[in-house]
Design a protein around this ligand. Sequence first.
Ligand code: FAD
Ligand code: FES
Length: 262
Amino acid sequence: MQQSAYCRLNVRELTPYGEANGAQGRFFALRLERPAWTGWNPGQFLMLRPASFGLEIPWARPFGICDMTENCLTCFFQVLGRGTQRMARLKPGDEVSVWGPLGKGFALEPDTPTLLLAGGMGIVPFVGYVKNHPKPENVTVLFGHREPLNCYPADSIGERAQWESAQERAPEDRDRFLSRVRERMGECAGKNGLALACGPLPFLQTVRRFSQEIGARAQLSLENRMACGVGACLGCVAQRAGGASVCACREGPVFWADQIVV
Ligand SMILES: Cc1cc2nc3c(=O)[nH]c(=O)nc-3n(C[C@H](O)[C@H](O)[C@H](O)COP(=O)(O)OP(=O)(O)OC[C@H]3O[C@@H](n4cnc5c(N)ncnc54)[C@H](O)[C@@H]3O)c2cc1C
Ligand code: FES
């Protein structure tokens, strides 16, 4: 397994996605120089701390690894609070401290029918998952999102894997999408497939419930708030199904659905 490492990388490019609609809520692909480490598993993450956080923002922020090519490492983020607001002002050449790759990624079983279930920013790790899957013809992606599709880094996925997306404009859209998720999970379970989910907590809770009802093998990627990313601050504690506490950063963020409480 790849050891995680600390490094400082320069920004290559910051690319906005979707329509400019005020700074808050905007989406960006952040491309950094490629780090010295090469091995990583989709679902693993990085702790990022731009030098511009200065003294005002002491903690790094966790972001999934979206993709890595010969010369760059790509993350994708939405502006939410102080840290991501500053990240939205990064320029080529700016320095970012990077700690990674961290945690455990998603299971990869090349010959198993695999269903990727993404809600909103949960699409990020699946970009790399589909790109690096040795048999993408076995992969189906179901993507539910609130903002228009062009806000997300989804363009490369449909070229390799089977793909369905649905925009949620009203509660009925969400209900329709979740029924589709259940239906697809049922089909997947019928083939002893694997369902992998990433997205907001209510989405993960629903996927976990479906997996129990249907008897589907499923993994969930948790997005607990994280301060250190390496098991030192206990800020990200989650509960195992048996009651024990675990650090989501070190033991996860990806867990088997029947082994974790969400
Ligand atoms: C393993 C992991 C992978 C992640 N991958 C991505 C990614 O690929 N792209 C991306 O945009 N975001 C991702 N996130 C969430 C991202 O870390 C937060 O959005 C970011 O830390 C917010 O920082 P901020 O300083 O802008 O916001 P803050 O000022 O810290 O908080 C602003 C608001 O965001 C909420 N928030 C903060 N952290 C989280 C979180 N972890 N989950 C949900 N809400 C949160 C707060 O409750 C608050 O309402 C990931 C989180 C984890 C744990
Ligand atoms: S983020 Fe510090 S222990 Fe997990």
